[in-house]
Design a protein around this ligand. Structure first.
Ligand SMILES: [Zn+2]
Length: 129
């Protein structure tokens, strides 16, 4: 996927899943993203409130279906941050992700699946955006 389309995908997901309420964020492509919580662990994506940006692993550009799921996941983190400066995969994340899932017709997360949600990324996600 050409990264120039990422802002369009972000805008479309923002409109469909979040009613357009997310404040536009930068999308940054990184060669890798390391976890701040688990030293040495590599992440597919990360919401960065300080930089008001969503970071995505460059490898996702070759896997658009996974990329859309990771982007959506990080946008849910952004939504939680905008609502209440909440991080993590607790009740607010699950509620926000469930709303996004409902607007796309995909499975909502549970406390046990929130960290990896939406995984596997349903193919219909690609058709909806
Ligand atoms: Zn997460």
């Amino acid at each position: 996927m050409d990264p120039q389309y990422l802002p369009l995908v972000y805008d479309r997901l923002n409109a469909v899943c979040f009613g357009g309420r997310l404040r536009p964020a930068l999308i940054r492509i990184h060669p890798w993203i390391l976890s701040k919580d688990s030293p040495g662990a590599r992440l597919a994506g990360a919401w960065d409130a300080e930089g008001w940006s969503v970071g995505l692993d460059r490898a996702l550009l070759d896997h658009p279906d996974l990329l859309f799921g990771v982007l959506l996941h990080e946008m849910v983190h952004q939504d939680c941050w905008q609502q209440d400066r909440i991080t993590g995969h607790g009740p607010l994340f699950i509620a926000a992700a469930a709303k996004a899932a409902a607007s796309l017709g995909v499975q909502p997360p549970t406390p046990g699946t929130a960290e990896m949600w939406p995984e596997p990324v349903p193919r219909q996600l690609l058709k909806e955006i």
